[in-house]
Structures are given as C-alpha cells and as structure tokens.
Design a protein. Structure first.
Length: 453
C-alpha cells in the first residue's frame, strides 16, 4: 500500500537537485515530473486515530474540531481511504519550479527575497551583520555551529544567532552566568514554515530600531538579553527558497545519507533528510514509529544531526543546567530564562511535555498560566501537544525543559484565507501575524527573570 517508489524517487531527485544548486555542484533545474504540487487533505473524524496517521509517516499539520489535515500528494487520498478515513481535498499547492532567488539590482544583500517578500538564508545572515554594524552597542552575532552540508564540505551554512541588549561589560557572552536573564526566539527548524523566519527577521529589526524610542523595547533591552536564531535549519531553507514563487515544501534538513527509497517511504511525505524537531535526545522516539529517512517525520538517531547538537550546546551555554532529568524534578530555585520555538500552521500554543499528554511536567501550573497569557494575544488554544493535536517525541521544548529546565514553548501560526498554510501571502506577516506575535515575544521576554514564580 505504501511502496510508492516512483513517486519517492522523483521527489528525492528534485530535492537533491536543489542541494546541487545550493552547493554549486552539477544539477539541472526542473519542475515536478508529475506537474502537481503537494495536496492538503481534510481527514474527517480522525482525531481519535491521530497516532495511526503519525505512525505510518503521514504529515499531519493541523486540527479543526475532530478533523485533521494531512499534506501529501495526488496518491495520498487513496492511501487514507485504504486506512479507513473519509477525506476531501482542502488545498492544492503549485508545483515547484527550481529558480534560485535573485537580488534586485542595487538592493542590499539583506533584501534578497522569494515568494513575494520572504527573505533568503543569505538575506537573514546579511540582516544580522547589518544590525551588528549599525548598532554595536546593542548587538552581537554568534556562529554557534555548522549545518550538515557545511560539515560535509558541500556548501551549506554556518549556524548563526544574534544577541540584542543594551550592552554592558560581559553581556552577550556564551556563559550561563550572565548578569541579565535571557529570552531565546528560534524559527524555521522546519524549513517550509517560512512565515516563522520572517517574524524573527522583523523582531531583530524591531528591537534595534526601537531602542531609545519605544519604551517597551528600551525597558526590555536595558534588563534582558534577547537571543534570536532566525533559521535553525538553513540547508533545508535553501531547498525551500529554490522554488522561488512556488517554494519547495521541504520540512527536514539536508542529511540524505540514509535515505532508502525502495522501502517504506510514503508518497505523502517522501523527502529525504532528518526531521530536526524529532531528533532531540530527550524521550527520543518514545512514541514514534521510525521507518526510514523518506517519511515526513523521520527522526534519525538520537541527537544525530549537527543542527541539533549545536542548538543543545547553545542552550546550555546561554541558560546552564537547572533541572535533574527525573520526571518529578522541578527546575532549581536559580532557574531563569524563557524560549519560544516558532512553527506553522496549526494555530496552537504547545507546552511540555510533547512526548506524552498523559504525563505533566512538575512546572505544569506555571506553563499553563503563561500559555493562557499568550493565548490572550493570539486567540490560539494552549495545552500539551497530545491534547491539541498528537504526541510527538524528540522535540526542542522537551529537551530544553527536560534536560536544562528552560521554560520553553512552541507556537504554531495560523491565519484565515491566504494567511493559512506553509506559504501564506507575504502581506500576512505584517497584517495578521506580527501584531499579536510581537506582544507574545515581548511577554515571554518579560518572564525571563522568574518564569516559575
């Protein structure tokens, strides 16, 4: 039922072609052989069987009532029917055509865009460099690791973060004994979730331009270090942006070494790589059926990916370790700092634990109070992943809180009409998402001194 080798092989070939374009190796730009792009299906009355969908590698993206939405291809509807589900097509994405983003004549590097205004990896990095050059009293850019392709000597990227604060001696150091508490915002661990990186881009510029003129920004930067990782998975984002105005809906990183396209890669999620947000080594694979690297949520082996290892090191350097690993251990009395991981497009606020909603963290009361406060800005419901959608092991929140005691949340963006999906109209970033997300960012930053009190 699920051995769609022709489809998976074609999908892999296109993605590998994108990597070739990214790294300067030989690859021919082309369109999807089928002429079709991804398809979103509404799966009726599927909530009670959400684990069935996840276990076979189908790409569950959001929920409405008891219905779930799955992204796949033209064959996925038949696959869902064979599993006993009733479905309808709710969205069709255009087929991607490989076309590298181009910088307009005379434009600054940070203005390189695709799909109506979304910034490329190079533009994100140029924006951080420009902010640091223009505001040395407020910013420090840090290289905290290297992507999978960079480590292979096949192009790729450094992994970059920016610290924004009104700097005094000792600020923005990779040392957990900082004078100021820290808030960390990170985006695009799933490459195709392009609005998340754009919000991070805007937040950096909002902070550096608002100091001294906006009282909220000024007060925050006088008292708090704000760290932003606008793109966690740059290799994956480079694959996405090669589609130009029809972005490639690649979720994972570019670690294609273990892809076995002859085995159980389903046609719905057939793309090589490892899902970085299933790869963190806290309760890794505790509820996930691993098949091979072509399934949409393939999780590699625990902490196998360089992007994950680098993030874990960065978190430890910024926040220290303030929690023993036992299920009932609370963060110690000195724990401080908050973190927000941006995703799309389910329209929910997720708090740990994500690996199981039958177990609550010892900080559950505090997490739910902060979730309620954030819900007031966006209207998104809040709770554990299994309450709102489905349980998912190996995620960033569970590691950050479980291993280190960081007060960590995930927010999945969602908007109406053209603001729904992985590639919302660029106007939605400013018009729909930004007004409530900037309040959310600032709120979590304000909670950094004492999140558990």
């Amino acid at each position: 039922m699920r051995n769609s080798r022709a489809v998976t092989t074609a999908a892999a070939a296109l993605l590998l072609a994108a990597v070739g374009l990214a790294t300067g190796t030989s690859a021919q730009a082309n369109t999807s052989p089928s002429g079709h792009g991804p398809v979103e299906y509404r799966v009726h009355d599927a909530l009670a069987r959400a684990r069935t969908l996840d276990a076979v590698g189908l790409d569950v993206v959001k929920r409405q009532g008891d219905d779930l939405f799955v992204v796949g291809d033209e064959t996925t509807g038949a696959e869902l029917s064979q599993l006993g589900f009733v479905t309808e097509v709710s969205k069709r994405y255009p087929a991607a055509t490989w076309a590298s983003p181009r910088l307009a004549p005379g434009a600054a590097p940070q203005d390189e865009t695709y799909d109506g205004g979304y910034h490329t990896v190079n533009a994100h990095y140029a924006n951080m460099t420009a902010a640091a050059a223009a505001h040395p009293d407020l910013t420090t850019v840090v290289n905290y690791g290297q992507s999978w392709l960079k480590l292979q000597g096949r192009g790729g990227y450094d992994l970059k973060a920016i610290c924004v604060t009104k700097k005094v001696s000792g600020d923005c150091a990779l040392n957990p004994n900082s004078a100021k508490p820290r808030f960390l915002l990170q985006a695009q661990i799933h490459a195709r979730e392009i609005a998340t990186g754009e919000l991070a881009y805007k937040y950096i510029n909002y902070l550096v331009s608002g100091y001294g003129t906006d009282s909220t920004v000024t007060n925050l930067l006088n008292t708090t270090e704000i760290w932003v990782v606008p793109i966690v998975n740059p290799d994956g984002v480079n694959i996405v942006q090669q589609g130009g105005n029809n972005p490639v809906l690649h979720r994972k990183n570019a670690d294609f070494t273990s892809a076995d396209l002859s085995r159980c890669g389903d046609s719905a999620g057939s793309q090589p790589g490892v899902d970085n947000n299933r790869n963190f080594g806290y309760h890794w694979q505790s509820n996930t059926s691993k098949c091979d690297q072509t399934t949409s949520t393939s999780n590699g082996s625990s902490d196998s990916e360089p992007e994950n290892k680098a993030l874990e090191q960065l978190w430890t350097q910024l926040f220290g370790d303030h929690r023993a690993d036992g299920a009932s251990d609370k963060p110690d009395a000195t724990a401080r700092g908050t973190a927000l991981m941006l995703h799309s497009y389910a329209g929910i606020i997720i708090l740990p634990w994500e690996y199981s909603n039958t177990v609550h963290t010892p900080s559950d009361t505090q997490f739910r109070a902060m979730g309620k406060a954030m819900s007031a800005f966006s209207g998104y419901p809040y709770g554990q992943a299994g309450d709102l959608l489905y349980n998912a092991a190996g995620g960033s929140d569970d590691y950050a809180y479980g291993k280190l005691g960081i007060a960590s949340f995930t927010i999945e963006l969602e908007g109406p009409g053209a603001c729904d999906g992985f590639t919302p109209s660029y106007s939605c970033v400013n018009g729909t998402f930004w007004p409530y997300m900037v309040k959310t960012f600032n709120y979590l930053a304000s909670k950094a001194p004492s999140p558990y009190k």
